[in-house]
Write a protein that binds this ligand. Structure first.
Ligand code: F42
Length: 145
C-alpha cells in the first residue's frame, strides 16, 4: 500500500479530513446543498499512492453509482483513470465502510438507468453533461466479496 496523498484542492481535502476524521459522523454533505456524499478511497495509477475522493452519494441496491462529472469540466477527473487501472476501492458512506469494485458502465441502457438515478440524487449532473462534449464516465461500485 502506498502512502496517502491528500487532494491538492483545499475544499476537497478539508471535506475528506472532516468526514474520515470524525468516523463518518461529520462533513457528510456537499457544501450548502445538504445532499449526501461518500468518500471513495482508491490507488493512484502512476504514484501507487492512496487517494481519497468525495463523490455524491448515488445508491443503487447494494452498490453506488460514481459519476465523473467534475462540474462539467472539459476533461475527466483523474480518479477516473485510477479506477480504470485498478477497480479496487473502499467506500465510506457515513459510518459504513465497504470494500468494493468499481466497474465502468459501457452498456447504453444500463448507463441510462444509472444516469437517471444520479440526476435524481443530484440534479446538477444534468447541467454538467450539457456543459461538456465528453461523455461523463459512470461507474457502478459493487461489493467485492
Ligand atoms: N467530483 C466528481 O467528479 N463527481 C462528484 O459527484 C463529486 C462530488 C463531490 C462532493 C464533495 C466534494 O468535496 C467533492 C466532490 N467532487 C466530485 C470533486 C472530487 O472529489 C474530485 O476532487 C474531482 O472530481 C477532481 O478529481 P481529480 O482526481 O482530478 O482530483 C484532482 C484535484 C487531484 O487530486 N489531482 C491530483 C494532483 O495531484 O493533481 C492527482 C491525483 C491522482 O490520482 N494522481 C494519480 C496517481 O497516480 O496518484 C495519477 C493520475 C494520472 O493518470 O495522471
Amino acid at each position: 500500500m502506498g502512502e496517502y496523498i491528500p487532494s491538492p484542492a483545499q475544499w476537497v481535502r478539508e471535506q475528506v479530513e472532516l468526514y474520515e476524521g470524525s468516523g463518518g459522523t461529520e462533513g457528510l454533505t456537499l457544501r450548502d446543498t445538504g445532499l449526501p456524499v461518500i468518500v471513495v478511497t482508491h490507488v493512484g495509477n502512476k504514484t501507487g499512492a492512496i487517494r481519497k475522493t468525495p463523490l455524491m452519494r448515488v445508491a443503487d441496491g447494494n452498490g453506488y453509482v460514481l459519476v465523473g462529472s467534475q462540474g462539467g469540466a472539459p476533461k475527466n477527473p483523474v480518479w477516473v483513470y485510477n479506477l480504470r487501472a485498478n477497480p479496487a476501492v473502499t467506500i465510506r458512506d457515513a459510518t459504513s465502510v465497504q470494500e468494493m469494485r468499481a466497474r465502468e458502465v459501457a452498456d447504453d441502457s444500463e448507463r441510462a438507468r444509472l444516469w437517471a438515478l444520479a440526476v435524481a440524487a443530484y440534479p446538477p449532473y444534468a447541467d454538467y453533461q450539457n456543459k461538456t462534449a465528453r461523455r461523463i464516465p459512470v461507474f457502478r461500485a459493487e461489493p467485492s466479496a
